[in-house]
Design a protein around this ligand. Structure first.
Ligand SMILES: [Mg+2]
Length: 151
């Protein structure tokens, strides 16, 4: 799969334009996913030297991206064209519900994002009406659970 990942607030704490403290396990999980043959793209609002700082920061920890702010290394943009992302998954702290723990992110990606399996894995399946809940409710509960919130 092609996985796009945000930088500020996702790999490091949001201190833009500075580089914040590392978010636990972000780089480890991304490196592991790369070893599992996923393509990792850095997709960030950073440009120019600020983008380069983010690239260098990750490279120092051993993570080299497949592409930066583009879908593949040779992709070209004309000035002013909006960037359009075609990755299978986008990991970003602006998701509904915020950024899950990186351990949860790893499980979701490993189990196949488009199947329900990954989500089911993290859920209580002993609730009789579980199957009738809609998908967003169930994802929301799984994320809450990953943060230790009890229903
Ligand atoms: Mg962000």
């Amino acid at each position: 799969m092609t996985i796009a990942v945000d930088f500020d607030g996702t790999i490091v704490e949001h201190e833009y334009p500075k580089i914040g403290k590392p978010i636990p396990f972000a780089l480890d999980v991304l490196k592991k996913l790369q070893q599992d043959r996923h393509k990792i793209i850095l997709w960030t609002m950073r440009e120019g030297s600020l983008l380069q700082e983010a690239i260098d920061y990750c490279a120092k920890s051993g993570l080299t991206f497949y592409a930066h702010n583009r879908n593949y290394p040779e992709e070209e943009f004309r000035e002013g064209d909006p960037r359009k992302l075609s990755a299978d998954i986008f990991i970003d702290d602006r998701n509904i519900g915020g950024l899950p723990d990186w351990g949860i992110i790893y499980k979701i990606v490993k189990s196949g994002y488009n199947s329900m399996q990954g989500i089911d894995m993290m859920m209580d399946n002993d609730r009789p009406n579980n199957m009738r809940k809609n998908w967003f409710t169930r994802v929301g509960e799984a994320l809450d659970k990953s943060r230790g919130y009890r229903y």
